[in-house]
Design a protein around this ligand. Structure first.
Ligand code: GLU
Length: 492
C-alpha cells in the first residue's frame, strides 16, 4: 500500500501555525514511507470565502518548504493543479458530490429535509428548555423519497441529511489516542448537502479522501468528534476506512488553544518578523512531537527519518516563543550571509536606514553589518535596531562607566593618534581594522584594555559589542573622524 496523506485547509485568509504543523507531519510521514503528500483546498463554505486566500496559503506553504506532491501550486502568480486525482479544489468537484449524494438517497442512507430555520430554532429552544442535548428531531426522516423529489422539483428549499443508524457504536483506531468509540445516539443527522447546493465539510471530506486514495487522515483534534459520522458515511458507501491521526492542539503558555488574540499565529506574521522557514518548521515540529533522543535542532531529512506518531503527545504542545527565538537564532548564525543580507535589506529600507535606490550599492556594506549581527539577533526584524549603531555621527554614552573610560588621562592623545591614522590610511578596510591597533601600540606603548576600550567607547558609546575592527570598517573614514570629534567636543 502506498501511503497517501493530505493537508486540507479551508482558505480563510491565512495559514495558521497549527496548519503548518499538520502539513509538516503529513509531509514527514509521506516522505518517510515513500508515499505522497497531497494538498486539497476545502472551500465549500461560501460564507467564509476570502479573496486571494488560496494564493496566500500556497505562497505560505511554498515559503515554508513543506511542498506537496499533488494539488494546486502557484506558478507565476497563477494557480495550477498537478496530479492524477484532481481537481484538488472542492468547489470544482460539485458534480462528484452530486453523484454521490444520489447514491446515498437511493440506498436510504440520506434523506431530503425541508425544515425551515425557524422550525429548527424552535426545536432547539424546546430541547434546551427540557435540558436535552440539541439535535435534529428527525421530522423529515420518513418522507418517502418520491414525494421528497417532487417537492424538490417544485423548488422547495431543502438540505440533504445523513440518516444515522440508531443506537450503533461507531469505532475507529486513532494513532495518537488509540481506540475511539462513539454511539450514534450521541450524534446528529448531519447535513450533507446545504441549501445552497454545496456539500458540507463532513460529506466532501469523506468523498474526497476516498477518491484521492488517502490512507492516513492526519488532522487537528477538533475533528475527533466528527470522525464517527465520517465512519458511518464510509460504511454507507461500502468503502474501506482510512487510518486516523488526530493531533493535539497547539497551546499558549496559559495552556489555552493558541489563537490570534494571544499574538501571532499566522505563518505570514512569522515570515514578516524574519523567522527563517527552516527554523519555524524545525521548531513547530517539536510542538507536540519529540524525537527519540530528544534532539532539538534537526534538518528536514533528519526529521523525516525520526518522525513517528508514537511520539506525538496526547496533550497539547505548548508554543514557546523564547524557544522559537532560540531555534531561529541558531539558524541565523548558520545561514548563508548573502541570503541573510537580502532578507535584512527590506527591514532597513522600511525603517528608513537605507533608501531603496541604494540597496545594490550598499549591499557589501550591509553584509558586513549583518555579519556582526548574526550572533546577536533572534529574528531579522531586529536588524534595524541593531544596525542603528552604525548610522549617524553622534555618540551617546551608554553609562557613566563609558564616560570614565573616556576621561582617562591617556585618551586624548590616543584618540588623536587614532584619528590621524584614519586620515592617513589609504583605505579603511579589514587590513586597516586589524593593523591600526598594532601601529598605535608600537608608537605609544598603550596596549590591551587601555587601547581597545577607549576607542570602542568613543566610536560606539559602549564598552561591549561587535568586533571593534569590524566596527571601524563599517563606520568608514568620514564617520570615524566625525564620531571622534563629536566625543572630543562633548565628553572630554
Ligand atoms: N478543512 C478542514 C480544516 O480546515 C480540514 C479538516 C480535515 O483535515 O479533515 O480544518
Amino acid at each position: 500500500m502506498t501511503v497517501r496523506v493530505r493537508f486540507a485547509p479551508s482558505p480563510t485568509g491565512y495559514l495558521h501555525i497549527g496548519g503548518l504543523r499538520t502539513a509538516l507531519y503529513d509531509y514527514l510521514f509521506a516522505k518517510q514511507k515513500g508515499g505522497k503528500y497531497i494538498l486539497r483546498i476545502e472551500d465549500t463554505d461560501r460564507t467564509r470565502y476570502v479573496e486571494d486566500a488560496i494564493e496566500n496559503l500556497l505562497s505560505a506553504m511554498e515559503w515554508s518548504g513543506v511542498i506537496h506532491d499533488e494539488g494546486p501550486f502557484l506558478e507565476e502568480g497563477k494557480i495550477v493543479q498537478k496530479g492524477e486525482y484532481g481537481p484538488y479544489v472542492q468547489s470544482e468537484r460539485l458534480h462528484i458530490y452530486r453523484e454521490h449524494i444520489e447514491k446515498l438517497l437511493e440506498s436510504g442512507h440520506a434523506y431530503y429535509c425541508f425544515c425551515s430555520k425557524e422550525r429548527l430554532d424552535k426545536v432547539r429552544e424546546e430541547q434546551k428548555a427540557r435540558g436535552e442535548t440539541t439535535r435534529y428531531d428527525g421530522h423529515c426522516r420518513n418522507i418517502p423519497l418520491e414525494e421528497a423529489r417532487k417537492r424538490v422539483e417544485n423548488g422547495e428549499a431543502h438540505v440533504v441529511r445523513l440518516r444515522l443508524p440508531e443506537n450503533r457504536d461507531a469505532t475507529f483506531e486513532d494513532a495518537v489516542r488509540g481506540t475511539v468509540t462513539m454511539n450514534t445516539s450521541e450524534l446528529d443527522d448531519q447535513v450533507l448537502i446545504k441549501a445552497d447546493g454545496f456539500p458540507t465539510y463532513h460529506f466532501a471530506v469523506v468523498v474526497d479522501d476516498h477518491h484521492m486514495g488517502i490512507t492516513h487522515i492526519i488532522r487537528g483534534e477538533e475533528w475527533l468528534s466528527s470522525t464517527p459520522k465520517h465512519i458511518i458515511l464510509y460504511e454507507a458507501f461500502g468503502w474501506d476506512v482510512p487510518k486516523f491521526v488526530h493531533l493535539p492542539n497547539i497551546l499558549n503558555k496559559e495552556k489555552k488553544k493558541l489563537s490570534k488574540r494571544h499574538g501571532d499565529v499566522a505563518v505570514g506574521d512569522f515570515r514578516k518578523k524574519g523567522y527563517l522557514p527552516e527554523a519555524l518548521v524545525n521548531y513547530i515540529a517539536l510542538v507536540g512531537w519529540s524525537p527519540e533522543g530528544n534532539e532539538e535542532i534537526m534538518t528536514m531529512d533528519e526529521m523525516i527519518e525520526k518522525f513517528s506518531f508514537d511520539r506525538v503527545s496526547k496533550s497539547g504542545g505548548v508554543f514557546d516563543i523564547d524557544k522559537l527565538n532560540w531555534v531561529n537564532s541558531h539558524y541565523i548564525k548558520k545561514a548563508d550571509l548573502d541570503r541573510l543580507t537580502n532578507l535584512c535589506i527590506p527591514y532597513l529600507i522600511e525603517d528608513g536606514l537605507i533608501a531603496e535606490e541604494e540597496k545594490d550599492l550598499k549591499f557589501d556594506w550591509v553584509k558586513r553589518i549583518v555579519k556582526t549581527a548574526q550572533e546577536r539577533i533572534e529574528y531579522l526584524a531586529q536588524i534595524s535596531d541593531y544596525a542603528k549603531r552604525f548610522f549617524g555621527e553622534e555618540v551617546k554614552l551608554e553609562s557613566e562607566e563609558v564616560k570614565e573610560v573616556l576621561n582617562q588621562e591617556h585618551v586624548k592623545d590616543l584618540l588623536n593618534i587614532f584619528k590621524e591614522k584614519v586620515m592617513n590610511a589609504e583605505e579603511i578596510n579589514d587590513e586597516f581594522g586589524k593593523k591600526v591597533f598594532k601601529m598605535i601600540q608600537k608608537e605609544t606603548g598603550i596596549k590591551g584594555k587601555n587601547l581597545y576600550m577607549p576607542i570602542r567607547a568613543a566610536l560606539t558609546g559602549q564598552l561591549h559589542g561587535p568586533d571593534i575592527d569590524q566596527v571601524i570598517v563599517i563606520l568608514g573614514r568620514e564617520n570615524l573622524i566625525k564620531r571622534i570629534e563629536y566625543v572630543e567636543k562633548n565628553y572630554i
